[in-house]
Design a protein around this ligand. Structure first.
Ligand SMILES: Cc1cc2nc3c(=O)[nH]c(=O)nc-3n(C[C@H](O)[C@H](O)[C@H](O)COP(=O)(O)O)c2cc1C
Length: 319
């Protein structure tokens, strides 16, 4: 349960879903790199809530505020600190969560680990909202990789058992619902709407292609590229498996997401104060399917792991 990641590039994520702000500190970036702010904002918008019926209705601007590490849009070599304000919170929706954990969410784990001192509102630090700062960090690394000719691009591969196995197309990034095959996309949207109607949720997977990696950078050691990618991808909340396929000049992988744990339907749980079985209906606003918003999160996590890996392996070569 570390809040920090990386070797050469060090990322720390802070904040809670219903706190004043969430954010990140990213250190180890080279000085003198001009960041494309418009591209970064477009990237963050792909993850931002409130884009369709299949996502939570919690609207947030997700405007990154650069506090340090950047002068006139250029990195100054010191830690980059970015905060994103939480403006649309409704903590009353979560009043009971402190004592009655949502099955499948991190509420119980956090209660045991932090002995009741955790911020439970909206899932606290374990809310999907904390993927916004991940996307800031990963969005920046993705830009730096692109400069070096390395592309990291994701799309929806499956939702509720409906698969889109079409080859990757660059245009998906522009879409609200990033599928290649529109017909399959409509079927997926219908499955999400049906699950929502039944006060339930559905899972699925994100496919990602990474291109432009030299063969010598794809080693097989304990700390090799796949291990690093897997470690970071599993840090995205709700990820359950990662599947790799070696490609000609890169790597393809698919990341499976479980159905959203918070559903409106009644679930069995336990009252931790009374130590009695009870039931729970989760209020608040939730994604009936995490997958569409998780596409940029997968790209961000992969870009961060890859950028850190490439910087680290430049250090001493393969021993
Ligand atoms: C982009 C994104 C959005 C999410 N939205 C929700 C949500 O609305 N409701 C919810 O219960 N979980 C949501 N989650 C999943 C929880 O954050 C996750 O299940 C929880 O932190 C427990 O982590 P674990 O499932 O990996 O154990 C979301 C995850 C991501 C990546």
């Amino acid at each position: 349960m570390s809040s920090s990641y990386g070797e050469k590039i060090r990322l720390t994520i802070f904040g809670q879903s219903h706190g004043e702000a969430i954010g990140m500190v990213l250190s180890g970036l080279p000085a003198g790199k001009r960041l494309d702010m418009d591209a970064l904002k477009r990237f963050l918008r792909r993850r931002a809530p409130g884009r369709g019926d299949y996502a939570t209705s919690r609207r947030e601007a997700d405007e990154p505020i650069f506090v340090s590490g950047l002068g006139d849009g250029v990195t100054d070599g010191k830690p980059l600190t970015v905060k994103i304000l939480n403006t649309n919170t409704r903590s009353a929706d979560y009043r009971d969560l402190k004592n009655v954990p949502r099955p499948g969410h991190a509420d119980y784990t956090a209660a045991v680990k932090f002995g009741g001192y955790q911020d439970a509102a909206g899932g606290g630090h374990f809310s999907g909202r904390l993927t916004a700062p991940l996307c800031v960090a990963g969005g920046i690394c993705r830009q730096l990789l692109a400069e070096a000719g390395i592309g990291v691009n994701g799309r929806i591969a499956a939702i509720a058992g409906i698969r889109d196995d079409s080859p990757f197309a660059a245009s998906v990034a522009e879409k609200d619902f990033p599928v290649v095959d529109e017909e399959k996309g409509e079927a997926m949207k219908a499955a999400i709407a049906a699950a929502k109607e039944e006060e339930d949720s559905v899972g699925g997977s994100v496919a990602c292609v990474v291109r432009g990696i030299a063969s010598e950078d794809r080693d097989f050691d304990f700390d090799g590229l796949k291990s690093r990618l897997a470690a970071m991808l599993f840090a995205i909340p709700a990820v359950r498996s990662v599947d790799f396929i070696e490609a000609e000049d890169g790597i393809d992988f698919e990341v499976v997401f479980k159905p959203t744990p918070s559903v409106a339907g009644e679930q069995r749980s336990v009252d931790l104060k009374e130590m009695k079985e009870t039931t729970i209906r989760v209020g608040g606003r939730h994604d009936p399917c995490i997958v569409p918003r998780a596409v940029p999160c997968v790209e961000a996590a992969a870009a961060l792991a890859l950028y850190d890996f490439l910087r680290s392996s430049q250090r001493g070569g393969n021993e």
